[in-house]
Design a protein around this ligand. Structure first.
Ligand SMILES: [Zn+2]
Length: 192
């Protein structure tokens, strides 16, 4: 953003607020050259990005607020600033919109997780458990173990259980058959 006083293009955002209906963001900026403070308003542009849902057949309009909401939920009661979250959503939306007009919902989830991993591991686990983005149970257990003592054992187990139920591969034993298809039995019967 060009400084209205000196024309420099370098500034930093010092405060950021959403309008009541979350349709615009007011940003307080400070010029890094002369220190002048000014305000910008950002409107959220309606995205023409399409999201292909998990069933691979239906798709829907990309909804930034939905994405922001799911991320905010993962950060509930974490000490992460609104600015960080907004930046995170901005980054993800930007990456999605520049990579094509269609995106798989699973790719959005993967992208969110990739970012969360570096920002907040608890938020990462929460998001992953809600959106079931772990490839398998081992991966989830690994992530929990890496978290170590930072998460209370009980909550970790609860989350593990929740994922366990839906993610564990169902290894149902195939109906057992005699190795030689029962021929031996027939022969035996024949001889008798
Ligand atoms: Zn300036």
């Amino acid at each position: 953003m060009r400084c209205p006083k000196c024309g420099s293009r370098d500034d930093k955002v010092i405060d950021s607020r959403q309008s009541r209906d979350s349709s615009s963001i007011r940003r307080r900026r400070q010029c890094l050259s002369c220190g002048y403070r000014f305000t910008t308003y950002e409107e959220i542009e309606r995205s023409d990005l399409r999201v292909i849902k998990r069933d691979r057949r239906t798709h829907e309009q990309f909804d930034r607020r939905k994405l922001a909401g799911s991320i905010a939920k993962a950060f509930e009661k974490r000490s992460t600033s609104l600015l960080t979250l907004e930046q995170l959503v901005d980054d993800i939306v930007h990456e999605l919109e520049t990579s094509g007009r269609e995106v798989n919902s699973s790719d959005i989830g993967a992208k969110v997780l990739e970012k969360l991993k570096d920002i907040d591991e608890v938020a990462y686990l929460r998001y992953a458990s809600v959106h079931q983005r772990f490839g398998d149970v081992d991966e989830f257990v690994d992530a929990i173990q890496k978290l170590g003592r930072r998460v209370k054992k009980n909550s970790a187990q609860r989350e593990l259980f929740a994922v366990d139920e839906t993610q564990e591969p169902r290894l149902k034993a195939a109906p057992s058959r005699p190795v030689d298809g029962g021929k031996t039995n027939k022969k035996k019967h024949g001889r008798v």
